[in-house]
Every structure is written in structure tokens, then in C-alpha cells.
Write a protein of this length. Structure first.
Length: 380
């Protein structure tokens, strides 16, 4: 019987892993099956653009996989049975057996941090959520107020994109930090501040949001702000599936893996991308980003090809080169970093940074040949 290799999740990490595995194992007795909730490759790094009313082509996964022997199953994974070595799905086929599993289900918004966020806040963490926000923003664009909570990269990109696309929209950005862009070099931080000011985004530093309401939010110091939409961008956590299945996970639900991306609790299972807590070159856990997901997708394919051929692979290197922030379509900041993610002095700003970021986004796995359908989040 052939060896059944199943990859769950066709984002940046899972799609790259499946394609590379199929290429490396094409002359072997291994079948590669890729399971994903949708038949499209969702470029998550563009979801703030979707929320701001832009359209882009969402590549078809079948097109991405054409010419490869990868079998695509479009279904939502509901559970993993580690005893029976089976992935359970909500629709057909219902159950998919595996000999080796690659877990690549990405991440979602942290909506359980304060009361009211899960009920009332919008997010840009997945296609459905970003599409919901897009429709709400279209309703309030001419004179409404949007409150973006979180001063990290997603919050900065979302606030800037909305402000640039809709000059009539009042955009407030709330962060518990002293300033925006902590961790960036001073020149990058100064550019961020100037760009937000130019776009008319009001920044509320040192302001911790305590509650989200249907019509606004309350801060920990007792101040209330009205808003027609609250967007929650304080960070991501991995799906509950890994923890529920009994894998060793960290506090964010990420599967803990060794330097070859193998689960420390279940040796027949590997994890990649946002859903994996791997060790980066600094020794710190991998950062949720494409810069971690892509080397992990490549790396897991190399590791498995070696192990299935009876060779012991070396460690997968997860290092960083830059932090890339878009500030609308015509501005941005690129903070170049050491491999261990510490900022270098070299920073790119303005239009050059916007062009650099767009080139990086296009070069990622899903943005090769364009897909055959437009995406406005409606599935049309
Ligand atoms: C708005 C935004 C902007 C970002 N900008 C940047 C940036 O500029 N640079 C950067 O490096 N990173 C950025 N990120 C982070 C980056 O998108 C993630 O780190 C990256 O997508 C992780 O890739 P992944 O393959 O692990 O997961 P994902 O890309 O999330 O893919 C996971 C896949 O699993 C599927 N899936 C999930 N659950 C199930 C299930 N139960 N059953 C079946 N399929 C399932 C999903 O549909 C998806 O196809 C941004 C994220 C967001 C939201």
C-alpha cells in the first residue's frame, strides 16, 4: 500500500509544502492529498485591502496545482483522530486516513480578549470576516467612524488602507503601547507617525480597550468612544483543533515542533506556518508571518522527502530579512532586520517601500499566474 501523506490547510505554508512534496516524491510510492476549506488560495496579506473595497484575483487552487499529482479535497477539517490516524471533515469524504500529516491551518483573530469583541468586533483575519467589514465600511464610508484596535502591523495597515480609500471616514487607532511601531528603528517610527497624520488617522497611544459595544468601545481608564465599526487586530491564535486532538501546543494553540518541524508529541505529524510553534534562528519561537510560513513550507517538504528515503534531515532554518508595512497603496515602511529579527539601521519609506512590498506579495506562492476569478469576498 502507498504511503498517505495528507496536508491540511492550503495557505502560504501548506500549498507550498504540498507542491514541493509532490515534485520531490513524484517517483515514489507516496500519495499527496491537500485538504482546504475553500477551492481558492486566499492571500491573507491583502485582506485589509479587501476590507477597504479593493478587488484582486483570488487564484484557483486547482489551477495552482495543475500539472502536479496533488489530490485536492475541498472540505473543512473538524477533528483529527490521532489513534485512528484520520482527518475528519464536515462534508465528503468525511474521513481521510494518513500515514504522515502536515498541519497548516493558519491562525485567526484573538476575539476572546475582552468582553464584547467576539459579538461586535470586525476582523481582517480571514476572507469571510474581511468581506463582512468591507460591506460595513461601504455603508459608513461617507461620514462614519471606525475604531481599529491594535497598533501592530495589521492594525497599522488596516487603519491606513481604510483612511486612504475613504477620506470621509474618521479612523481612530487604539494601542496600549507608548507609540506606534515599537521594535522598529527611530526613522521607521517617525515615518509611520507622519504617514498616519497625513492620512488623518487619530492615534490613541497608551490606551487599553476594555470592552467592545455594538456602537463603540470603552477603555480601561473609563473613557467611551462611539464607533460605527470596531476592528479587532490585537494578534492571532491558532485553531483549537491541535489542542483538541491532544497534540502538544503552546498558549496560542500552536503545535510545538522540533527543528525538523515534527510534533514533539506525535512523530507522524508535522506543523508549518502560523499553526506551528517552531524555533527561529534566534532561538525564539517563530513569528506568525509569511517569512516564517514559506521556509517552513519548503523545509517540511525537504525533511519528509529525506525521511521517506531513509535519510536523516538537518534542521529547518527560519530567519528574517525585513518587516514590511503598507500604508495605503502609495506609501509604506520596510524595516530591514538581522536574521534573528532585530532591526538594522537601513529603512525604506514612501513609494519605494510600497513598490517593494507589492513585489514581495506578488512573489509569494499564490501570486504567480493570476487566478480566473475576481474576489470581493462574496465568492463570486
Ligand atoms: C490583513 C493581514 C495582513 C498581513 N500582512 C502580512 C505581511 O505584510 N507580511 C507577512 O509576513 N505576514 C502578513 N500577515 C500574516 C500572514 O498572512 C500569515 O502569517 C500567513 O497567512 C500564514 O500562512 P499559513 O499558511 O500558516 O496560514 P494561512 O495563510 O492562514 O492559511 C491557512 C489555510 O488553512 C485553511 N483552513 C483553516 N482552517 C481550516 C479547516 N478547519 N479546514 C480546512 N481548511 C482550513 C484556510 O482556509 C487557509 O487556506 C498578514 C495577515 C493579515 C490578516
Amino acid at each position: 500500500m502507498s504511503h498517505r501523506l495528507v496536508v491540511v490547510g492550503a495557505g502560504y505554508a501548506g500549498l507550498l509544502a504540498a507542491k514541493r512534496l509532490a515534485r520531490k516524491l513524484r517517483h515514489s510510492d507516496v500519495t499527496v492529498t491537500l485538504v482546504n476549506a475553500s477551492d481558492r488560495f486566499v492571500e491573507r496579506v491583502r485582506l485589509h485591502q479587501l476590507a477597504a473595497g479593493q478587488r484582486w484575483a483570488a487564484p484557483s487552487l486547482r489551477q495552482q496545482l495543475s500539472g502536479t499529482p496533488v489530490q485536492l479535497v475541498v472540505a473543512r477539517v473538524t477533528a483529527i483522530d490521532t489513534t485512528g490516524r484520520t482527518v475528519c471533515t464536515d462534508g465528503a469524504p468525511g474521513a481521510i486516513g494518513y500515514d504522515t500529516l502536515v498541519y497548516a491551518l493558519g491562525s485567526r483573530a484573538r476575539l476572546d480578549e475582552v468582553p464584547g469583541a467576539a459579538e461586535h468586533a470586525y476582523t481582517v483575519a480571514d476572507l469571510e470576516q474581511a468581506a463582512r467589514l468591507r460591506y460595513r465600511i461601504a455603508e459608513i464610508a461617507s461620514a462614519g467612524t471606525v475604531a481599529v484596535v491594535g497598533g501592530g502591523l495589521t492594525g497599522l495597515e488596516t487603519a491606513s488602507e481604510l483612511a486612504e480609500s475613504y477620506p470621509g471616514l474618521r479612523v481612530r487607532l487604539f494601542t496600549g503601547a507608548d507609540d506606534v511601531g515599537s521594535g522598529l528603528a527611530p526613522r521607521a517610527r517617525a515615518h509611520l507617525r507622519r504617514a498616519l497624520e497625513r492620512l488623518g488617522v487619530s492615534v490613541h497611544p497608551k490606551t487599553v480597550v476594555a470592552t467592545v459595544r455594538e456602537d463603540g468601545l470603552d477603555t480601561r481608564d473609563g473613557t467611551s468612544y462611539d464607533a460605527d465599526a470596531v476592528v479587532w487586530t490585537t494578534g492571532f491564535r491558532a485553531p483549537e483543533l491541535a489542542r483538541a486532538a491532544g497534540f502538544a501546543t503552546d498558549e496560542s494553540g500552536r503545535m510545538i515542533v522540533d527543528t525538523t518541524l515534527r510534533s514533539v508529541s506525535h512523530p507522524e505529524v508535522y506543523a508549518v506556518g502560523d499553526a506551528a510553534a517552531a524555533v527561529s534562528v534566534s532561538g525564539a519561537p517563530s513569528r506568525m508571518s509569511c517569512q516564517s510560513a514559506l521556509p517552513m513550507g519548503r523545509g517540511v517538504a525537504d525533511v519528509l522527502a529525506a525521511r521517506l528515503a531513509g535519510r536523516e534531515p538537518g534542521p529547518v532554518r527560519i530567519g528574517y530579512a525585513f518587516t514590511n508595512i503598507s500604508l495605503g497603496r502609495r506609501d509604506g515602511v520596510v524595516q530591514f532586520t538581522h536574521a534573528d529579527d532585530r532591526p538594522r539601521r537601513f529603512v525604506l519609506t514612501g513609494r519605494a517601500a510600497a513598490v517593494f512590498k507589492e513585489a514581495v506579495v506578488r512573489s509569494t506562492v499564490g501570486s504567480g499566474p493570476r487566478g480566473d476569478a475576481g474576489s470581493d469576498g462574496s465568492g463570486s
